[in-house]
Design a protein around this ligand. Structure first.
Ligand SMILES: [Zn+2]
Length: 118
């Protein structure tokens, strides 16, 4: 992969990292403020549901953040852009759209096919 392309993907990954970290902080702050604002039990119940949803979102964000961190690590180690399964270079367009991917499109599709059949 050309250095310029790799640099572009690295920037995208760092943006993602900042985005996810920024949002997680907001979610936590929001939760703390809301629970003191609504002492009514009914309001609290709907808040509980909201909290669960927030936690799910945060869980998803945390997992994505892990993938972003791993991808940046691969950029540093110069192993970025190679398929985990077959070792071939992953299509650059695919990496630009989904920089955290670790499989080429062929392996990804065959892995998904296996999952569906199980
Ligand atoms: Zn592959």
């Amino acid at each position: 992969m050309r250095a310029a392309k790799l640099e572009k993907i690295k920037t995208r990954l760092e943006e993602l990292q900042t985005e996810i970290r920024g949002e997680s902080v907001e979610t936590v702050q929001g939760m703390q403020e809301e629970s003191t604002l609504y002492p009514d039990p009914n309001d609290r119940a709907s808040l509980e549901t909201e909290h669960i949803n927030n936690l799910r979102i945060r869980d998803r964000e945390r997992k994505l953040l892990e993938k972003v961190d791993e991808a940046l690590e691969r950029v540093e180690k110069k192993t970025f852009g190679y398929c985990d399964e077959c070792g071939n270079e992953i299509d650059e367009e695919r990496l630009l759209i989904r920089p955290v991917t670790t499989y080429c499109i062929i392996c990804k599709e065959s892995l998904e096919a296996v999952e569906k059949n199980e």
